[in-house]
Design a protein around this ligand. Sequence first.
Ligand code: 4NP
Length: 167
Amino acid sequence: MVAEASGSSRTRVLFVCLGNICRSPLAEGVFEHLVREAGLAEEFDIDSAGTGSWHVGEPPDTRASMVAREHGIELQSRARQVTAEDLSDFDYVVAMDRENLRSLERMAETTDATAEITLLRAYDPDPDGDEVPDPYYGGVSGFENVYDIVTRSCEGLLTRLRALASR
Ligand code: 4NP
């Protein structure tokens, strides 16, 4: 979760999916975990949000929490809807699928957005697609697949951001 007000020198990363209860909370939790393991917790503010409002205020889906916990990660987010301000408050807004990306790009057209808006799988070193599939209507195996994709991609994202920071 975000701990700093905007204007800090930390790199601010927002993960976005549709409901903010499955994919983006997993990405938030995994990226936070990787950042902490790398000793870089002070360098980042990390959050997640959804393009939809149906689940605002809810904790992550129990299947997402269960899969994360199996990998030693406790998901602590509460769903919120992405805002126009997010597109200038964050440095990187990272979408799970093309529909999320389109929603964000439409929102950016009518605001003074400064964030770099990308697909998470642009950072996947071993991509077999460019989207993180929506696991909501499937079983737990879909969440395990999402966890694997999100972990690979978040590792790639962190590598990219560290390379940019060391320039
Ligand atoms: P998410 O998954 O976008 O990864 O959080 C979904 C959660 C809820 C719904 C769809 C996708 N829904 O239709 O309520």
